[in-house]
Design a protein around this ligand. Structure first.
Ligand code: UT7
Length: 357
């Protein structure tokens, strides 16, 4: 059998810190309200020198260094983001341009669930035998889409990037099972507007006579959210998806060494952990320092959990996320790099893809 071990992990955040005290000066809120309702104390916000690309590249270099690999080793880059620096080209191509190498590259948008969607996609590419080494990046600079006069959203979100490198192995490591889901009837619960027909083209637009009215981009698109609706949805899908993915891997919740949840609200994480009967020391939480970093939140949390020595070879990790769409995703990951060296040495023969793959 062929599997896709995580051999490198990394993260990057902007230097600029936005504290609850800063937000008190912007909207009618308080540190006490934000901490008690969300668990967030501060978040990072992109400054003039930062971009989706710069954060993603820094996280990717971190992941490559930990894996002892170079950009020329990468076969494919998948980037999960809803805030690419350009509409065209893809964020993944911009990352490849900065890193070097000649990997294939494309983006996935599943909002805050994007990283887990991307991990499942990358794992499938490796398990099928199509590729051996894939860089998966979760990055969002969503503070670009925050209205800092809207207290319902501006306290929650921050910017950041996380990345993992996946490599083929013949041992059961990396993602052993995944669950992906979506309910498009919930689009209105959490979205950023895009195109509008309001006002039409300028009266003197010479193309209007031929083309008629054309849509234009909303000039200051800001995130809109039904917080309560998302909260209820989040607790339910986190618990359902975590249970399903553990079952799919042939395990039970008792076998889970660490839950690494999407960091959206401390109360959502606590409620899910309570329902799943997972003790606090088996749930990784860093929302107090970064807020909700969307597609970056799970790879950032993973990177910190590993740095803290909380993850060991053979541990079973559950990643679970939810977000705009509405969408959700969970992954059961067996930590460690067993068998990777052998695969590197023999050019992949030790992890032959399935005969029908
Ligand atoms: O990746 C997915 C992204 N989104 C989420 O995960 C969001 C999920 N939802 C949430 O995290 C929570 O629903 C929020 C943090 C957004 C809101 O917390 P809540 O406990 O559900 O508050 P609420 O919306 O029920 O509002 C309670 C009160 C209201 O005042 P009244 O009507 O009781 O007088 C709000 O106007 O809190 C008020 N409020 C605030 N007060 C101070 C709402 N936002 C704020 C604020 N500061 N920032």
């Amino acid at each position: 059998m062929r599997y896709a071990a995580i051999t490198g992990w990394g993260m990057a955040v902007p230097d600029r810190v936005l504290t609850n005290a800063d937000l008190e000066a912007l909207v009618d809120t308080s540190d006490e309200w934000i901490v008690s309702r969300t668990g967030i104390r501060e978040r990072r916000i992109a400054g003039p020198g930062d971009s989706n690309t710069s954060l993603a590249v820094a996280a990717s270099r971190d992941a490559l260094a930990k894996a002892g690999r170079v950009p020329a080793d990468i076969d494919l880059i998948i980037t999960a983001t809803f805030t690419p620096d350009l509409f065209l080209a893809s964020q993944a191509c911009m990352i490849q341009a900065e890193l070097g190498g000649s990997a294939a590259a494309f983006d996935i948008n599943a909002a805050c669930a994007g990283f887990v969607y991307a991990l499942a996609s990358a794992t499938s590419f490796i398990r099928s035998g199509m590729y051996r080494t894939i860089l998966v990046v979760g990055v969002d600079t969503q503070t670009r889409f925050i209205d800092y006069t809207d207290r319902a959203t501006c306290v929650l979100f921050g910017d950041g990037a996380g990345a993992v490198l996946l490599e083929a192995t013949g041992e059961p490591r990396g993602e052993l099972a995944s669950v992906l889901g979506a309910d498009g009837s919930g689009v209105q619960a959490l979205y950023v507007p895009g195109w509008t027909w309001d006002d039409g083209p300028a009266g003197d637009d010479p193309t209007a006579a031929v083309l008629g009215p054309r849509p234009r981009l909303d000039t200051h698109p800001a995130m809109l959210m039904q917080g309560n609706e998302v909260f209820r949805f989040a607790v339910k899908v986190m618990c359902d998806a975590a249970r399903q993915v553990v079952l799919k891997a042939g395990l039970s919740l008792d076998d889970v060494d660490m839950l690494i949840p999407h960091q959206a609200n401390r109360r959502i994480i606590d409620a899910a952990a309570r329902t799943l009967a997972l003790p606090r020391d088996r749930v990784w939480i860093n929302i107090d320092r970064y807020g909700n970093t969307s597609a970056a939140s799970i790879p950032m949390a993973l990177t910190e959990a590993v740095a803290a020595g909380k993850v060991a070879e053979g541990d079973n990790l559950v990643f679970v996320a939810f977000g705009g769409g509405l969408s959700w995703a969970a992954s059961l990951v067996r930590w460690g790099t067993a068998g990777v060296e052998r695969c590197r040495a023999d050019g992949g023969a030790a992890a032959a893809p399935p005969a029908d793959g």
